[in-house]
Each structure stands twice: as C-alpha cells, then as structure tokens.
Ligand binder design. Sequence first.
Ligand code: COI
Length: 354
Amino acid sequence: MDIRIEKTIVPKAKPDWEHLEFGVDYTDHMFIMDYTQGTGWHDARIVPYAPLVLDPAAMVFHYGVEVFEGLKAYYAEDGRLLLFRPDANAARINLSGGRLYIPELPEEYFLEGVQALVGFDRDWVPKLPGTSLYIRPFIIANEPHLGVRQSRQFQFIIILSPVGAYYPEGLDPVSIYIEDEYVRAVKGGTGFTKCGGNYAASIIAQYKAKDLGYTQVLWLDGVERKYIEEVGTMNVMFKIDGEIITPALEGSILPGITRDSVIKLLKHWGQKVNERRISVEELQQAIRSGKLEEAFGTGTAAVISPIGELSILGEQYIIGGGQIGELSQKLYDALTDIQWGRKEDPFGWTLEIK
Ligand code: COI
C-alpha cells in the first residue's frame, strides 16, 4: 500500500510522561484512508493530527455508523517497538463492521496503517513502567445522507495516545456495581461488536454506579437479567473453588483479545478454563460460601483489573479481602512481560515495528 506522508510543521509539546492519564494526549500525526463505493479503499495518508472536516449530514452523526478498535504499542527495554496481537484487532474490526454493514477493510491495510503511523510517531511511545501508546483505529460513515441506508463513503482513521493506567486505581482492585435496570445488549444485536453505540448506551449506568461509589458496572444478560455478561470496558473472569469461569461468547459480549490471551495463558499453564454461563445467584452463593477466590476484568485498556468489591442487588461483598489475588497478579505479570518484551513470547503474539 502506498502511504502519502505529510509531516507536521508544528510538532506538539510532549506530555508529562510521569503523569499520563488515559485518552488525554494525542500524537503529532494520524492515518486516514477513504472508501468510496465502486472504487474501494484508497488514498492512504499520514497527515498532521487535526480536527476532521465532516459534512453535518454525515451518516455517522445521525445513525451512529462507526466501529473502533483498541490496541497498544510498547517499548521493550532493548529498544524494540512492539505491538500486541494487531492481527486480532484487524480481524475484529471487520467482525464489528460486518454487523453494521460497513465494507470490509483488508487486514493488510489495517496492519500497514498501524505500523506506519506508530513507526512515524515512535518518539511518542512512553517508556516508563505501566505506560504505553494506545492505538485507536476506527471507521466512520462520512457520506452526507439522511436516509437510513448503507453509506457510500467511509473513512478509516487511526489516532494514537500515550497512556497510563485506564482506571486511576491502576492494579489496585476496583469496585463494581451489578446493573439490574439498564441492559447493554441482546443476542442478535451489536453486543459482540466494538461499535460506539454500545458504549454510548452504557454511560448512564456508569454514572449511576459512580454516584453509588463504584468504579464500573457489570452487565447482566438483556433477556433474563440473570447471567453475567461483561464489565463496562472489560470482560470478566472468576475463580471459584479453584475453577476459572468466564461468560461464554454467545453473541452479546465482546470477544476480547485480552480475554482470549488470558484463556490461552491459563491453558498453557495447565489450568482449566470454563467458558459458560454464570448466574448472579451462583456468584452470590460462591461468595457466601467463601468459594469465590478472585474476580478480575480483562481488556486492552485495563489489562488485568482485579475486582475487590461487588454490589449485587443492594448487597455489598468484599472479594479476596479487597486485595489483588495471586492469579490476577500472575496473569498481569505474564501478559505484560510478553507485551513489554521482557520475557519470551511462546505464542508469537508480539510484532516488532522496524
Ligand atoms: C479497550 O480496552 O481497548 C477498549 O476499547 C475499552 C475502551 C472503551 C476504553
């Protein structure tokens, strides 16, 4: 793929590397590629980071036709610049896009775009422990049209943001509120996709949880409101009586790449992982009988986020003494050792940007 490059003439000041927050700072450049019906994807370019010029009638504004991805780049101690499983994100953006009737983006365009942009803005990749460059690729429908139909124009854009921990708690356990009023998704809907609308509909519940003193919400299934689905920005796992359980992918939850990596790591260590339905009742019983050993979330932004407190239908429970569990810590270490290139990568998950 030919990528036209227009370098900024006014480089921005770099952020305070010691105090990086999530999603606040953006690098000097962005990648853009257009899609036009009949022509396909074309005109790949790296240009100075700037506001987009969009027609107010662009379909993304009215019908939310948008899908996105999230992945990270890391600087290894030996100076290698690494991506973690970008091929999985390239595949997933098309899984999401397919549901929103967005034309397929060839995976090589996604991968070349990400590598070219991160390589070009490599002096923005943070080096301090726990920091990384968050990569946000997304596709929007930018045709000006108010009828509800497939857009004839799209843009694939990548922006980059140097980040610290997603939750201010870092690796300290977060508190989670089980949401029983609003639902996130139902089978047949868009729950398995990374589309903006899923997150837009979740914000109200996030604030409800926050007002009650919790960091995030845990969603229940949209039909029976009985089975656990996922946390606001993460998949969720439980260790009950030695057994690791995570909700199965049945169409309404996100097929998380960190979720998949954790399952592969656990299996590699000889641990059994049960991908199945788990009800709130089962969880409550496990807590009451002292069998719930650990609960944690998994996600690109959050990595591994231990859950130290749960609110279930008005009852408060402390998990694992409110401390990070042994398995959560082991998974965090193993995953970040591979991501930061500190240890061998037996799965071939990392891709070096030359
Ligand atoms: C990610 O983990 O990359 C996500 O997309 C979560 C995000 C909504 C902050």
